[in-house]
Write a protein that binds this ligand. Structure first.
Ligand SMILES: [Cu+2]
Length: 177
């Protein structure tokens, strides 16, 4: 190939990339939207006790995608909680061989294709770290769930009615207001 032919070839190549790129990212964003649509987050309950600075959230996540997805991060309004951690309980034995459950932070949770992950008391759950004094001023709470499928990432946002979601509606924290 002559230098001129080579130059025109490279020019054409980069010119066509201008068109192919947006089409490709359109397909990609459509796919990610589909991933988000196929995630259902339901039955969210918040365990906010009167004393402790940390609470927990229990809920179920249904994944109707054709592949398993990984939940790796949950965000919440920083005016309400400092942060959210993913937690699990594992069985351990003490010095006398007695079994006990220990709670620990985990980096991710997997939800099988067509499966439901139940986050509940004594099992996997979301830990709400650093409850702010302003908590009870909020009627709605927004959570953003971050998922991963291979290298692709997508999010699902949900908004819940704060007081209706409380496990114990007689929370003194909110009564004092
Ligand atoms: Cu926990």
């Amino acid at each position: 190939m002559s230098t001129l032919a080579m130059r025109s070839f490279i020019f054409l190549l980069s010119f066509s990339a201008l068109f192919i790129q947006p089409i490709y990212s359109d397909i990609k964003s459509k796919e990610l939207k589909e991933n988000t649509k196929n995630i259902k987050i339901k039955d969210i309950k918040l365990k906010i006790l009167n004393g402790p600075q940390n609470g927990a959230a229990y809920l179920s996540i249904y994944n109707s995608n054709k592949y398993s997805v990984i939940l790796y991060k949950v965000e919440v309004d920083p005016d309400v909680f400092d942060r959210v951690e993913l937690h699990d309980h594992i069985e351990r034995k003490d010095g006398n061989g007695l079994k006990f459950m220990e709670m620990l932070e985990i980096p991710q949770m997997e939800i099988d294709a067509g499966g439901t992950l139940f986050l509940r008391c004594g099992g996997k759950h979301l830990m709400l770290i650093g409850i702010k004094k302003t908590l009870c001023q909020f009627e709605k709470l927004k959570f953003i769930f971050h998922f991963r499928v291979g290298a692709k990432e997508f999010t699902k946002a949900i908004e819940i009615d704060f007081k209706k979601s409380l496990l114990d509606p007689k929370n003194k924290r909110c009564e004092a207001e």
